[in-house]
Design a protein around this ligand. Structure first.
Ligand SMILES: NC(=O)c1ccc[n+]([C@@H]2O[C@H](COP(=O)([O-])OP(=O)(O)OC[C@H]3O[C@@H](n4cnc5c(N)ncnc54)[C@H](O)[C@@H]3O)[C@@H](O)[C@H]2O)c1
Length: 394
């Protein structure tokens, strides 16, 4: 089976490429280094240097004998997207330049994923809106015209739902209104412009599934933590990109880095913001199970991809406790909240669907967090305190 990964250089994309390659799939990855370039543009370093995508694919081949074909290019270019399905594609790195064939599965990660980045100014806002919607639209039309039977696994976000004062269902809700009933996408009201592009993505994809009978699984994912996946086997050159700054870092990764460098943990306001979280290894498991049990033609299948929920303050206290056991004196700071969001609210999402198709959850334990501390400690000398908090406001 051929798996095409859009956004294969990213935090989740590269580990996903190794995950499928190790399991015997033919893998092609596509990326234009947008994430790396945006980090450079706003001058936030990563925790450690990461080899190029071509270099990582070569390294993987040398270690495992398995080929991951690499395409470097911008997926907002419709012709580039279509070339991945009709064979006109040019590889930037491959052992064998021959077209692998139409992918049975596309995993779509290729978006600008930072809420603060989307709200720095009108330019980053435009970039986020145009990039995210064009990539998704190009993919939908390529499928309709060239490969309608291909199964897409798209990563949505739990942030699409916002924090409603009712239980959050998995994508769909049955509504009774004036004695009649129908089923609709669950109401979504996102808290950032980036998250709003994901709401629009979901609507765009559902339109295309309805019109053209495409097969799509949408994984509404919560913030991911972690950096070591099983496939790296301890080789740091195969680790994913890792940001610890406010704009691109996710909260657990940021708090651990702050603890290691003695920077008080940046809790926004009272810290009652509750969200659902998952380990990067569970992201791979969820995507893997979704690929093994594809959506049917004309089905828009939606799962909520989280394993447990925490408030921001609970995560800070978790980090403080684990840090203390490792000899760190971790302080917690309550900053004026730069974001417009409820600091205390009802939050009760359902997340059963992925478990029903065979995913086994792993939880954030003291041991898991201590393991992350130990990796981050090795790069303590690279951590720049000036990028940890910038206070991007909305
Ligand atoms: N990481 C998380 O915690 C998290 C949580 C919820 C949802 N998500 C979603 O998961 C997906 C992957 O997230 P991530 O954390 O790996 O982000 P990432 O930025 O690390 O990865 C996305 C990759 O896509 C590439 N890309 C973006 N636009 C492109 C384009 N036009 N052409 C080619 N490549 C392009 C980027 O360069 C980057 O390498 C995103 O859609 C994001 O919205 C992530």
């Amino acid at each position: 089976m051929h798996v095409l990964i859009l956004g294969g250089d990213g935090y989740l994309g590269w580990p996903t490429a190794m995950y499928f390659s190790k399991r015997g799939y033919d893998v092609t990855v596509v990326d234009n280094y947008l994430r790396r370039n945006n980090c450079t543009a706003i001058d936030v370093g990563m925790l450690y240097p990461v080899p190029t995508l071509q270099a990582r694919a070569k390294l993987w081949y040398e270690k495992t004998g398995r080929e991951i074909k690499v395409v470097i290019g911008d997926l907002t270019d419709a012709e580039l997207m279509r070339s991945l399905f009709d064979g006109r594609v040019t590889y930037s790195w491959a052992v064998n330049d021959e077209f692998t064939g139409v992918p049975e599965t596309v995993i779509h990660y290729a978006e600008q994923p930072s809420a603060p980045f989307s709200l720095i100014d009108y330019k980053t806002a435009n970039l986020t809106v145009s990039n995210n919607l064009l990539v998704t639209n190009n993919l939908m039309f390529a499928l309709k015209d060239l490969s309608p039977d291909t199964h897409v696994v798209h990563i949505g976000t739990m942030g699409e739902y916002g924090t409603p004062n009712i239980d959050i269902e998995e994508g769909w809700i049955d509504i009774e209104h004036k004695g009649r009933q129908d089923r609709f996408l669950f109401p979504r009201q996102a808290g950032s412009l980036y998250h709003t592009t994901k709401v629009m993505d979901t609507d765009l994809i559902w339109f295309c599934v309805r019109m053209w009978g495409l097969r799509v699984t949408n994984l509404m994912q919560g913030p991911v933590y972690g950096l070591e996946t099983h496939e790296t086997e301890g080789d740091e050159r195969l680790y994913p990109i890792f940001n610890y700054d406010e704009v691109f870092g996710t909260i657990v990764n940021r708090f651990i880095t702050q603890a290691v460098v003695g920077y008080p943990l940046t809790v926004y306001g009272r810290g009652g913001q509750t969200r659902g979280y998952l380990n990067i290894n569970d992201t791979l498991q969820c995507v893997g199970k979704s690929v093994e049990t594809p959506a049917k033609a004309g089905e828009f299948r939606i799962f909520n991809q989280i394993m447990e929920t925490f408030t921001a303050l609970e995560l800070a206290e978790f980090t403080q406790r684990v840090g203390a056991n490792l000899g760190y004196d971790v302080q917690i700071d309550h900053l004026d909240n730069p974001r417009k969001e409820a600091e205390e609210h009802y939050y009760n999402p359902t997340y059963q669907g992925l478990i029903d198709i065979g995913v086994e959850p792993h939880y954030l334990t003291d041991e898991v967090m201590a393991g992350m501390f130990r990796v981050v400690e090795r790069y303590r000398g690279n951590i720049r305190k000036d990028v940890i908090f910038r206070g991007v406001k909305w």
